[in-house]
Every structure is written in C-alpha cells, then in structure tokens.
Design a protein around this ligand. Sequence first.
Ligand code: ATP
Length: 331
Amino acid sequence: MKQRKDISRIAVFTSGGDAPGMNAAVRAVTRAALAHQLEVYGIKRGYQGMIENDFVKLEAGDVSGIMHLGGTFLQTARSKEFRTHEGRKKAFENLKNHQIDGVVVIGGDGSFAGALAFTQEFDIPFVGIPGTIDNDMYGTDYTIGYDTALNTVVEAVDKIKDTANSHGRIFFIEVMGREAGALALKAGLACGAEVTFIPEIQNEEEELEKFLTKDYKNKQRSGIVMVAEGDRAGGALKLAEKVQKNHPEIDVRVTILGHIQRGGSPSANDRVAATQMGVAAIDALLNNQINVMIGMKNNKIVHVPFSNEVKTNREFNADLLKIQQLINSAY
Ligand code: ATP
C-alpha cells in the first residue's frame, strides 16, 4: 500500500478510565512515529485537554522510563464538552493550530464513540488503541490493562482464600465491570470460584443456591463468589445481604476490590500488546487505514472501523462459565 506523504505531525492521548499499559502504548506510538520522521504531540487529560489546548511536544526521551508504570503520565479525563458539536469544534481548531495531521486515541468504547463523532464532522483522521481493564470491546480479543487487572484480582483473592478456608466462610468478591463480565469471568476461573455473577447472564442465583444448600454444609468448605459490579443482582453487598437473610447460619463476608484493580505495574503481556498496537497505529495512519480501532484477533493485528454497534456486538465467552460449572459439579 502506498504510504501517505501528507502526515508529518501526529498527536496521541489517553481517554476514559485509566488502564495499566497506557504509558507503554504512548511510548510505542511516540517512538514509532519518530522512527518514521513524524513529529509528535501529547495531549494531556483526554478530550478535555484537546478542547483546552493542553498539548506538549514529545521527543524520544520524554517517554523513556514510563513503560513499567501504571496509570497514564498524559493523564485522562471524561469530557462532557466533547459530547457537543461546539466542544468538538474547539478541539478541531486546536488540532489545526498545532498542524496535527493524524491522532491516536488510547481508551475504551466511549473514547472511540467520541472519535467517530469527531471524524464524521472534521477532516483529521483518528486511529484507536483499546485500553481498558474490562476487555469488553467488540472486534478485539485483547484490550490493554486487562491482563494486569486480572492478575491483581487473582493475587488479592488468593489472600482472601486463606482466611476463607480457615474459617469456612463464603466470600463475595466484587470486581470491576459495570457492563461487562470478562474480568469477573476469568478471575472466577483462575481463583476457583464456586459461582460467578456477570451482567451478561441471569441464572447465577440458582447456581449459588445449589452450592449453598448442597455443597456448603457444616462449614467443611469455604466459598468464593465472584461478582461483577454491574451484575443485575446489584453488586456483592446486596447479594451477600440476601444470602445472609435466607441462610443465617452461613458465615458471609464481602470484599469490594475497587480501584486497586486499575493500578500497578503493567504485566509483560500488557506491555507487549501496548507496544505492538502502538506501532500498528502509526502504520495504520501512514497506510491510510484511518478511523479504525487497532485490534488483536488470534494474535494478529486487525483494523476495526469505529462504529456505533461496538457496544451491542460485544462478544462474550460463555464456554468459560460452562467450564466453571463442570469443575464445581464434581463435588
Ligand atoms: P472506560 O471503558 O474505561 O470507561 P471509555 O473510553 O469508554 O473508557 P468514556 O467516559 O465512556 O470512557 O468515554 C471517554 C470520553 O469520550 C467521554 O468523556 C467523552 O468525552 C467522549 N465520548 C464518549 N462518548 C461520546 C459520544 N457519543 N460523542 C462524543 N464524545 C463521546
């Protein structure tokens, strides 16, 4: 494919919720762009910084020593103003004034919905890199930050299991995932949870009742119930209260893991994926593969057009739940 000659300066920013590996992605985008003799600007605080003209020039040294750090050194934000045409127009003018020819956005599906709205109105191309601990994006097997968050959850639950086993307690563990259960699902499998509650399905209460009445007798077993925060049951606290009311004899505890899941040094997998996707984003811009999200399917880079269907077409691996049920049915 013929390489574009009209791109000489790009901008990169992080948007939406922070995820470990975002720094590694900014580093890769910056270094890949510089390697292709492009100039690079970082935009601070996501779309809000784009509107407020918060741009910084990035050289190779500015992104050294950040790969192993969680969070995002460019910071991130949620911007109400960018949801309006006036806000996006201000952002466009700032990009134009900085002579930006292409933009790389690192974030979740909301950030790409913003990119879609912008590129439908203005003529500056965008490429997206999926950065979210939820792993809930249509068109990619992998999002940056998911692997690190998953390992954080597993490490925490391993510790909780020690005390759960000692006392024969049932622990309800709430993990992040307002609309998607990918994190809870894999964490449940990796931690040997008895039941996992996720927003995508709704018959888990039966499964839990089976465990409580059949398997959990005389505190001979402890139990881990993994709950995605957005599950229809209303979160770990509500669920635990209900169980306690129906089974006063059971020793029930709740742990809400919260923001600990977002922090920490990114895993090797997240660093590698961030680097691959960062390089692929610059390749895409230069090869006129624009207004797409860089995805990873079967370990290969793919280009997924920004679209409003992203949310409704989310894939969900129901096999993992069946595996969990099979493993637990052996008792
Ligand atoms: P996470 O998955 O971590 O929540 P996200 O990218 O989905 O990340 P959002 O807060 O949903 O996070 O989106 C980030 C920003 O993108 C919003 O604050 C807003 O500025 C912009 N945005 C989201 N949806 C739209 C939209 N439909 N039109 C314009 N801008 C949008």
